[in-house]
Design a protein around this ligand. Structure first.
Ligand code: COA
Length: 535
């Protein structure tokens, strides 16, 4: 297969400066991750340990097979929301190996406001379930939660995608034979109790785990009945009397051991359907990516250089290299898995959109997963573009991308604006996973364009009303708009809102893709039926 040629100057001042800025971005990413991994405040963690409980991440570590990776989803959810309370949104979600089988693990973090569910917690739990559903992964929920975080009611209670969806998804997945397993590690109230009650098989820890629809105080307030936690919903009661739980464990570690046995008895482990080649490192050092991406977001990257640093042996069978060259398309392997890559290298024109449509069709016919590497400010505008049918050609690309039933992955490696974001498999088009590099940005439009557009609207209003404003006033109006759009576009804003699954170091990309592709390849191939492609 042809090898991509590289032509960069590692010794240049510009390269060095870019690299310094990117090193700081990576340090920032690790600081954010460390804060999320720590969990709740020190006092809550101490209390947890005094109760002789394993911390949530210790539970996960004990549950996973030794050496198993843990592909964490939405780790930075909730960052800086709710007065800075919830690292990770009071829940941890990710995929790891349990008894030799990939499973989705969902663990409440009771050190964060009693493991209660904020709106963002619901979104993160539901996202983890959807990934598990799509990949038919057993869900293991490690429960210790006070249920709904009451002040956040509007974001938890009434709508689709909130707490009710967690139950709905559990039930429908169970119906489709996707195992639902829970361990009740601590007090679990209301919604926190329904989650294990709706599972196929449930373990509870003696003298620690408890589940009830209303706790002792609520029962007293409602009925004047005085009853303690253990009698109302402890492990003994639920395992011997109510039958709500199926296994009684002596402590957290014992509960985890029982859970591993449950998973060991789930039947056949699905096998990989693709031929996976021997993984092979790229010929060019992936760490060069740090210096290739400009410190100035307005300076475009030569993304052929980026592709060369992500694919095995830098081998790339490019499709239509001479046509529609603002989109690079071609076949390559990442850690041995074959992928069809669509990578922006400029604004999308009619030709690039047509090329994308053709390429997506090829990949669907050949059962090759698609990797969208987004770095795009949008589609070309203007009279020539419109006369050339950019609207119908863009629509073809979007129809092909949305219809494609091969696994799809979105990696935002730079800009991802407006319809460009959507057409490169934005979140609404349900990619199997969406990742962003720390320099990734996405919004309806760039900060300057947004500030200019809104200022022009105001210019028109002044004209209409016969008033005017000074240049200083105009700039004072533009500045906050620019700032608002800059903040919005940040990868971390996407991460905190669960609009992307993870922010990753470019150097983690190959590993993350390998884990994701391995999961997708354990499902049967799905045929694609394209929507009407407007000619
Ligand atoms: N909504 C909002 N905040 C809640 C909450 C809820 N449902 N339940 C607990 N919290 C908060 C507490 O106020 C406390 O906040 P603080 O750290 O700022 O003081 C924090 O979560 C931890 O609660 P605490 O009671 O100190 O911890 P705990 O480990 O001893 O007990 C619970 C945790 C969840 C068992 C206990 O708080 C409880 O029973 N809560 C009520 C649960 C309930 O009735 N939910 C109904 C949902 S419909």
């Amino acid at each position: 297969m042809p090898v991509l040629k590289s032509d960069i100057s590692i010794g240049s001042d510009e390269y060095r400066r870019n690299r310094e800025v990117y090193d700081e971005r990576i340090a920032d990413l690790h600081r954010r991750r460390a804060a999320a991994v720590l969990g709740g405040p020190e006092r809550a963690r101490r209390l947890h340990k005094e109760r002789k409980q394993l911390l949530p991440r210790e539970r996960i570590a004990a549950l996973l097979d030794p050496g198993s990776p843990f592909l964490e989803f939405c780790q930075l959810a909730g960052e800086d929301m709710y007065d800075g309370v919830p690292p990770g949104g009071s829940i941890i979600t990710g995929v790891g190996m349990v008894s030799g089988r990939p499973c989705m693990v969902i663990a409440n973090d009771a050190t964060v406001k009693g493991g209660t569910y904020y709106g963002i917690t619901c979104k993160k739990h539901v996202r983890a379930q959807r990934f598990a559903w799509q990949h038919r992964l057993p869900c293991i929920t490690l429960v210790q939660s006070g249920g709904a975080n009451l002040p956040d009611q509007p974001n938890i209670f009434p709508d689709d995608g909130q707490f009710g969806s967690i139950f709905y998804n559990q039930i429908r997945m169970s119906g489709e034979g996707i195992a639902q397993i829970a361990v009740v590690h601590g007090p679990s109230t209301a919604g926190g109790a329904y989650i294990p009650a709706l599972c196929d098989e449930t373990v509870i820890v003696r003298n620690q785990g408890a589940m009830f629809l209303g706790g002792p105080q609520l029962v007293y307030a409602a009925t004047k009945e005085e009853v303690g936690i253990e009698e109302l919903g402890g492990g003994e009661m639920h395992s011997r009397i109510s039958g709500v739980t199926d296994h009684l464990a002596e402590n957290d570690s014992h509960a985890i051991a029982i859970t591993r046995d449950i998973v060991a008895n789930l039947g056949e482990i699905p096998v990989q359907r693709w031929d996976v080649a021997e993984p092979c490192a790229p010929r060019y050092d992936p760490a060069d990516i740090y210096g290739l991406i400009s410190a100035d977001p307005r300076v475009p990257t030569n993304n052929r250089e980026i592709v060369a640093r992500l694919v095995d042996n830098s081998e790339f069978h490019e499709f239509k290299a001479l046509y529609g060259d603002t989109l690079i398309t071609g076949f390559a392997r990442i850690m041995g898995f074959e992928v069809g890559i669509l990578c922006n290298n400029g604004v999308l024109f009619s030709e690039s959109a047509l090329k994308a449509t053709h390429f997506i069709d090829l990949c669907c016919k050949r059962d090759i997963p698609l990797l969208f590497m987004a770095d795009v400010t949008g589609f070309m505008v203007g009279r020539t573009a419109e006369e050339g049918g950019i609207a119908k050609n863009g629509a073809k690309m979007i129809t092909a991308m949305a219809s494609a039933n091969v696994p799809k992955y979105t990696l935002i490696i730079g800009n991802s604006y407006g319809a460009g974001y959507l057409s490169m498999c934005g979140r609404a088009f349900k990619p199997n996973a969406m990742m962003m590099w720390p320099n990734g940005r996405s919004a309806i439009m760039g900060p300057d364009q947004a500030a200019n557009t809104l200022a022009m609207v105001k210019d028109e209003a002044h004209k209409r009303e016969g008033t005017s404003w000074t240049d200083n006033e105009r700039e004072a109006y533009r500045a906050p708009v620019r700032k608002q759009f800059e903040d919005f576009a940040s990868a971390y804003n996407f991460a905190r809102n669960t609009w992307c699954d993870m922010v990753i170091d470019p150097l983690e990309t190959r590993q993350v893709m390998a884990l994701l592709l391995d999961l997708a390849g354990r499902l049967p191939a799905q045929p694609t039926q394209f929507g009407v492609l407007r000619m």
